[in-house]
Design a protein around this ligand. Structure first.
Ligand code: C2E
Ligand code: MG
Ligand code: MG
Ligand code: MG
Length: 293
């Protein structure tokens, strides 16, 4: 209820520091069990080639359905999990789930890659590349079908420190991507010193590019510089036809966003992929709907 001048108190309810701390503490102590009991799930968001719209891969995005707090987005719990030293358990879980999917697709003759988000903390861990190699081997997935995404702010905070592990990951043959590019104030030319293959333009610029000339210019320059450095350029946050068409006209290689699909549960992703495959084979929509129902 809006405050009136008649002396009503305006009450703003904000969680106290104690409540925030308590919730964080609960999340961290419950996390391992949540992984084991199926509360934590991986959703997948498709990435498509421009302009062909062929499905190239999916990005794995973690979700937690908490019994008390409800659906939690990664921004709410990943930082706490990182700070508590539990990031290996999360990354391992997401990588295993993703590689199981990629293997299943391969068995059906589909080459679709999976992208897993890493914490920059894993770049401090000399044993991390061996664990990635082990996971690829265990699941029988060729390295080029795994992409590892690191945020620009994470890698660029201390590139020299990240370099040894990045080099070993790159030597495995996995694809390395710099995520949320454009938000970290680093120059794209500096990326040349790192063994990365892909740059993902941050969604804040892509969301604005249809209406904001500045955002449009930033996106264009990342596409051009990215290509001049031999990188694959991906746009995240593609919500509108206009953005997709502008990106295609600029030569951006890959698009990801709500326009193509939201992140989907495993079963919904399978249905989505099946519908796409049917369309690609030129079947009429009615046929696809019948097959899906
Ligand atoms: P990100 O890697 O940059 O992932 C893209 C985020 O943008 C996702 O948010 C996705 O749902 C959202 N998004 C995708 N398309 C659109 C669009 O068209 N419009 C808008 N407005 N948003 C879109 P989400 O799933 O909440 O993930 C947030 C961040 O959490 C991720 O950003 C990533 O940095 C982190 N994260 C997610 N899963 C993991 C994980 O397994 N491990 C780690 N370490 N971090 C993760
Ligand atoms: Mg990402
Ligand atoms: Mg991003
Ligand atoms: Mg992000």
């Amino acid at each position: 209820r809006a405050a009136r001048s008649s002396g009503d108190n305006v009450r703003v309810y904000l969680p106290t520091m104690g409540q925030i701390f308590l919730r964080r503490f609960q999340l961290v102590t419950q996390f391992r069990q949540a992984l084991e009991t199926g509360q934590v799930k991986v959703h997948y968001q498709p990435k498509v080639a421009l302009p062909s719209r062929q499905v190239l891969g999916v990005e794995a995005l973690v979700r937690w359905r908490h019994p008390e707090f409800g659906k939690l987005d990664p921004d709410e719990f990943v930082p706490a999990v990182e700070a508590a030293g539990l990031i290996d358990a999360l990354t391992g879980f997401v990588m295993d789930q993703s590689l199981i999917r990629v293997r299943k697709w391969l068995d059906r003759g589909l080459r679709i890659s999976a992208a897993v988000n890493l914490s920059v903390r894993s770049l401090d861990d000399a044993a991390f590349p061996d664990r990635v190699a082990g996971a690829l081997q265990r699941h029988g997935v060729p390295p080029e079908l795994l992409t590892l995404e690191l945020t620009e702010s994470g890698v660029m905070a201390d590139p020299q420190r990240a370099l040894p592990v990045l080099r070993r990951l790159h030597a495995l043959g996995v694809v390395l991507a710099v995520d949320d590019f454009g938000t970290g104030y680093s120059s794209l030319a500096y990326l040349r010193q790192l063994p990365v293959d892909e740059v993902k333009i941050d969604k804040s610029f892509v969301l604005g590019m249809g209406t904001d000339l500045g955002d449009h210019a930033v996106v264009r320059s990342i596409v051009e510089l990215g290509h001049s450095l031999g990188l694959t350029v991906v746009a995240e946050g593609v919500e509108e036809d206009v953005a997709r068409d502008q990106l295609a006209a600029m030569g951006c290689d890959v698009a990801q966003g709500y326009l193509i699909s939201r992140p989907l549960s495993e079963s919904r992703l399978e249905a989505w992929l099946q519908a796409r495959t049917m369309q690609a084979k030129g079947l009429r929509d009615e046929t696809v709907l019948t097959l899906l129902s």
